[in-house]
Design a protein around this ligand. Structure first.
Ligand SMILES: Cc1cn([C@H]2C[C@H](O)[C@@H](COP(=O)(O)OP(=O)(O)O[C@H]3O[C@H](C)C(=O)[C@H](O)[C@H]3O)O2)c(=O)[nH]c1=O
Length: 186
């Protein structure tokens, strides 16, 4: 596996080694020992998630707060998404900045998102199967979210706003400036 560093501390793009032959292909989608050596991080994943979505579906931007924060290793096994994260780590120089990357069944790319980020994705293909590992369990009482089209973040989701489909829950996500105010209080 090849880890590509980004300007964000511990945010890595992971590119697995793909073994192709006349039957098709094989690759290790995750190897704990290799990940720990390459990333230098001690991450113990405890929950795997999977979601299916159609074109224009946007899930996010979500995060769990405090002790329930989750690191995630996200990947796409069908279709293509634009995966987006926002750095909520006050101590980092990249605080408040966002990062996006296309993940697809074609490029086999994964994104390791450390704790302290909001995360979301929008589906760019007709359909998408999205799989991810979490290093902390789901704790709904700790969930928070940033509205996808926040004017201060000004994220380019690569599809027209009119095509975006979000859940009623996500339509109630907060403005980034409200999240910042809440963070100042904590
Ligand atoms: C996240 C989660 C959800 N659920 C249940 C709760 C709801 O009844 C149902 C759908 O949940 P939700 O609408 O929050 O699913 P997504 O919008 O895909 O949420 C995810 O979207 C973005 C991409 C993320 O990074 C988060 O991991 C996660 O928040 O699954 C569970 O039972 N366990 C879970 O870990």
């Amino acid at each position: 596996m090849n880890l590509i560093k980004t300007e964000f501390k511990d945010l890595f793009i992971c590119e697995p080694k793909v073994f192709g032959d006349e039957r098709g292909y094989f690759y290790e989608s995750f190897n704990d020992k290799v990940f720990k050596v390459k990333s230098g991080l001690e991450v113990n994943f405890v929950q795997d998630n999977q979601s299916f979505s159609t074109y224009g579906v946007l899930r996010g931007l979500h995060f769990q707060t405090g002790e329930y924060a989750q690191a995630k290793l996200v990947r796409v096994v069908k279709g293509k998404v634009l995966d987006v994260v926002v750095d909520l780590r006050k101590e980092e120089p990249t605080f408040g900045k966002h990062f996006s990357v296309e993940l697809s069944a074609e490029n086999n790319r994964q994104l390791f998102v450390p704790r302290g980020f909001a995360h979301g994705f929008v589906v760019l293909s007709e359909e998408s199967e999205f799989l991810y590992k979490c290093d902390n369990y789901y704790e709904p009482s700790s969930e928070s979210g940033i509205i996808f089209n926040d004017p201060d973040l000004n994220i380019d989701w690569k599809i027209p706003d009119k095509d975006v489909k979000i859940s009623p829950k996500d339509s109630a996500n907060k403005a980034f400036r409200h999240i910042l105010e809440e963070m100042k209080l904590n």
